[in-house]
Design a protein around this ligand. Structure first.
Ligand code: HEC
Length: 103
C-alpha cells in the first residue's frame, strides 16, 4: 500500500517536472533569437524616447547604414556601442535588418 502511494507521488511529480522543463525548452529559442535589443536598446527605443525598431529598420535597410547611424547619430548615452561593430551587426540582424550582400 505504501509503495503504491509513493510511486503515484513520484509519477505525478515527474510529470510536473517534465512539464516545467518543456516550458523552458519552448521559451529558449525565442529568448536566443531576441536577447540584445530588449536588453540594451528597447528601454529607450520604444518609439517615444527614441525611434522604435520598426522605424529604425525602415530608415536603415542594411547593416552598413545602421552601423554608421549608431556610430555617428546615436545619442551620447549609446557610447558603449560605438566601437563594437560585431555587436551592432548582431542587433541589426536581430531586429530584421539585412546584410547588404543578401539584398
Ligand atoms: C539610454 C537610451 C538609449 C539606449 C539604451 C539606446 N539608444 Fe539609440 N538613441 C537614443 C536617442 C535619444 C537617440 C536619438 C538621438 C538624436 O535624435 O539625436 C538614439 C538614436 C539612435 C540611432 C539613430 C537614429 C536616427 O536616425 O536618428 C540609432 C541607429 C540607434 N539609436 C540605435 C541604438 C541601438 C542599436 C541601441 C541598442 C544597442 C540603442 N540605440 C540604445 C537613446 C538610446
Amino acid at each position: 500500500m505504501f509503495c503504491i502511494t509513493y510511486s503515484k507521488k513520484v509519477f505525478i511529480s515527474s510529470l510536473a517536472g517534465l512539464f516545467i522543463i518543456s516550458v523552458f525548452l519552448a521559451e529558449a529559442p525565442a529568448a536566443a533569437r531576441a536577447k540584445l535589443w530588449p536588453r540594451m536598446c528597447a528601454s529607450c527605443h520604444d518609439g517615444e524616447t527614441a525611434l522604435s525598431k520598426e522605424a529604425l529598420r525602415e530608415k536603415y535597410p542594411t547593416v552598413e547604414v545602421f552601423t554608421a547611424a549608431v556610430m555617428d547619430k546615436g545619442a551620447r548615452c549609446m557610447n558603449i556601442l560605438r566601437n563594437d561593430r560585431k555587436l551592432i551587426k548582431k542587433i541589426a540582424n536581430e531586429i530584421g535588418i539585412k546584410d547588404s550582400e543578401e539584398k
